[in-house]
Structures are given as structure tokens and as C-alpha cells.
Design a protein around this ligand. Structure first.
Ligand SMILES: [Zn+2]
Length: 376
């Protein structure tokens, strides 16, 4: 399972000679990967060995690591897996592999650090969330983690409690007595709200979707504590014929859309904060500078934007252009497949937040990378 600490551990691995192997692959049946993946990997691996021409000892270690990757592919990929990531460096005994319920692009990278950007994106996409299905009769809270329902809490409302659960028939007198007692319904909403509050506290979940008739959802949300209400980012219509799974998928999509809206506002905020007085920076060099100074609170990178570049092997300076020798110190450089991946890695290492931003043109105009700073 990926969490922030695990990503941080991965981000810290370093091979001084630049021989850290990262493989990411789609293992979705849709991609016919058992046929295509080994061919792709072999050709990429041979190309890189040829280009980099490592000394005998390092070549042997890389080849062993590569064989282990192929073994994982042959024997260890589970049915449900859609994406696989392996990070390997036999010279340090590093061999990590992760299987995800999410398709990934095929890549084989040999660089000084693991390429963790796809994992950071996967973690955001598979973010845990809560769904509250609320009604006057009966409400439930669902916890979805890694696209799996992992917990369900149910709450009876006053109507059910006063009726006959077996037959569903409520004695008329009691029914009307309860119906008049709106306070009981309020109490029910309050109970669910408190449970939601506790669950948010306990799980650290950041986003909640509400499912119910609109006026009931509004009423329910109105009585939530402000900090809990702030986490309700989506409302989905209540469809009595939908299965629980359909409900959870609809919630996941609504939360995803809400995230994109949040990202768009964040990009605007950073854009407004550009300039000497503000807390925004944009563009690769400025953002890397802010990262080097530990100023970054939230790093924003544009999804799918992967400019190549090079890194100085002596001091780690990264440039957008490919140069054989470092313009600053004259030392040797290494080709980087995606320099934004290195920005993401450094942000994770520092404990900064990372947003992989989708469908926000303004970020593209700002160079595909920007940051909100803690201070200046
Ligand atoms: Zn240098």
C-alpha cells in the first residue's frame, strides 16, 4: 500500500552512479501486456545499456535487477492488478514492487533516483473518501479506500425505530407521532454528523460526498460542524435503483470532478501570487529554486507534461536543456526522462504536498509547473 511515508522512503533512494532502475507497466488485460511488456522492457533495457555503457560490475547488477523485474512479471502479478511499479538497485539491496488497480504507462528508467511521479499520481487518484447516504429513515457512512469499500456504518432514523422492521409497517399512531417530531429527525442527522466527524478525525480522509434528496442533504450539511462541512465537496443524486457499487463509483467520479475544480482554483491563486510580494512561483527554474530553499507548500505539476533534461552528477543541478557537461561546475551530466519527476520527488522528500493537475490551461501557460509557497 502506498502512503506518504512509503513514498518518502522511495524518494530518498539514491544511486550515485545513476543506476537506479524504475519500471512502470500497464498490466491490464486490455493491453495484452503478457505479450507486449517483455518485448518493450527488453528493447528499452538494451537501448539504455548501450547508451550508458556501464562498467562491468554495474552492468551485471543492472542485469540481475532486470531479471528480477521479469520474474515479477512472470509469476507475481495478481489478476486484479492493472499497473505495476518496480524500483530496484541491487547494489544497495533495494527491490520494491507495487501492484495497483490502475493502468500505468510503460516505462523503463535508469536514473540516480527512483521515478515516483506515477505513484504520486496514483495515490491522488485512489485517494480515500467517505460517502454519506442520508435520509430521514436510515443513513449510512461508507469508507472507500483504494477503490474498495472498507467500512460501513449504519444509523437508524426515528421512523424505522418506531415501526415494525420486519414488515416495514409502522403503526399509524406511532408513525404520525414520530412524523411530527422533527426533533427526532434532527437528532438522527446529528448522530450521523457526529459519527462522520469522528471518522474524518480517525482516518484523515479529506473529501466527503453526500448522497440523498437535495433538501435533506442540505439540511444534513447545515447542522455539521464547519470543519466537517468544509470537507463535503460533492453531492450526488439519490437513485433508489442504483446498487451500492454504482453509488460508490458515482461518488468517486463526483469527488474527482471536485478535485479538478479545487486544482483550478489553486492554480489561479498561485497565478495571482506571482511577483515579488506574492506566494506563487511558476516555471521550472523558479520552482526548483523554491524547492531547494524548502519554501514549497504545494507543488503543482501538469499531468502528462514530461519535459526531458539533464542533471549534474556532482551537485544535482537540473536543466531543461540536455548538456554533456554541467554549465555550472563542468562535471558530467545524466539524461533525465522527465525533469518534473525530479521536482515531484524532491517535494515528497520535503513533506510538501503535490498536485498532479489535470485540465487547467493556466498551469500549462505557466510552464506546466508552479508552486504555492509557505513563505518568501
Ligand atoms: Zn554541476
Amino acid at each position: 500500500m502506498i502512503d506518504r511515508d512509503y513514498l518518502k522512503t522511495l524518494a530518498a533512494y539514491h544511486n550515485e552512479r545513476g543506476f537506479m532502475l524504475t519500471v512502470s507497466l500497464s498490466t491490464s488485460r486490455l493491453d495484452d501486456w503478457r505479450q507486449t511488456a517483455p518485448t518493450f522492457l527488453n528493447s528499452e533495457f538494451n537501448r539504455i545499456i548501450k547508451e550508458r555503457n556501464p562498467e562491468k560490475e554495474y552492468k551485471r547488477i543492472l542485469e540481475e535487477d532486470f531479471q528480477r523485474v521479469l520474474e515479477v512479471l512472470n509469476y507475481e502479478v495478481e489478476q486484479r492488478t492493472q499497473g505495476l511499479v518496480v524500483v530496484a538497485d541491487g547494489s544497495q539491496g533495494v527491490f520494491e514492487h507495487l501492484q495497483l488497480p490502475l493502468r500505468l504507462q510503460n516505462r523503463l528508467i535508469v536514473e540516480p533516483h527512483p521515478y515516483i511521479r506515477p505513484l504520486v499520481h496514483a495515490m491522488a487518484v485512489m485517494e480515500s473518501f467517505l460517502v454519506v447516504r442520508v435520509s430521514r429513515d436510515e443513513s449510512s457512512i461508507y469508507l472507500v479506500d483504494w477503490w474498495q469499500l472498507t467500512r460501513e456504518d449504519s444509523f437508524e432514523g426515528p421512523y424505522l425505530r418506531s415501526g415494525d422492521r420486519e414488515t416495514g409497517e409502522a403503526p399509524v399512531k406511532e408513525y404520525y407521532a414520530a412524523a411530527r417530531q422533527e426533533s427526532l429527525v434532527d437528532q438522527h442527522f446529528k448522530d450521523v454528523g457526529q459519527a462522520l466527524d469522528r471518522l474524518l478525525e480517525e482516518t484523515g480522509v479529506r473529501r466527503v460526498a453526500i448522497c440523498g434528496q437535495h433538501e435533506i442533504a442540505v439540511k444534513f450539511c447545515r447542522q455539521l460542524p464547519a470543519r466537517t462541512n468544509a470537507k463535503v465537496v460533492a453531492e450526488i443524486p439519490c437513485d433508489a435503483s442504483a446498487s451500492l457499487n454504482q453509488l460508490l463509483v458515482a461518488a468517486r467520479e463526483a469527488i474527482y470532478d471536485a478535485r479538478i475544480g479545487e486544482q483550478s482554483r489553486l492554480v489561479t491563486r498561485v497565478h495571482e501570487g506571482l511577483g515579488p510580494q506574492g506566494l506563487g512561483v511558476a516555471g521550472f527554474d523558479q520552482t526548483m529554486q523554491a524547492l531547494a530553499l524548502g519554501q514549497v507548500q504545494i507543488l503543482l505539476v501538469e499531468r502528462g507534461h514530461r519535459p526531458p533534461g539533464c542533471m549534474c552528477m556532482q551537485e544535482g543541478l537540473i536543466r531543461v536543456t540536455e548538456e554533456a557537461a554541467c554549465p555550472a561546475c563542468g562535471g558530467p551530466t545524466i539524461y533525465l526522462d522527465d525533469i518534473l519527476g525530479e521536482a515531484v520527488r524532491q517535494a515528497i522528500l520535503q513533506g510538501a504536498e503535490v498536485e498532479v493537475v489535470e485540465r487547467v490551461d493556466l498551469l500549462h501557460d505557466m510552464g506546466g509547473i508552479a508552486a504555492l509557497l509557505r513563505y518568501k
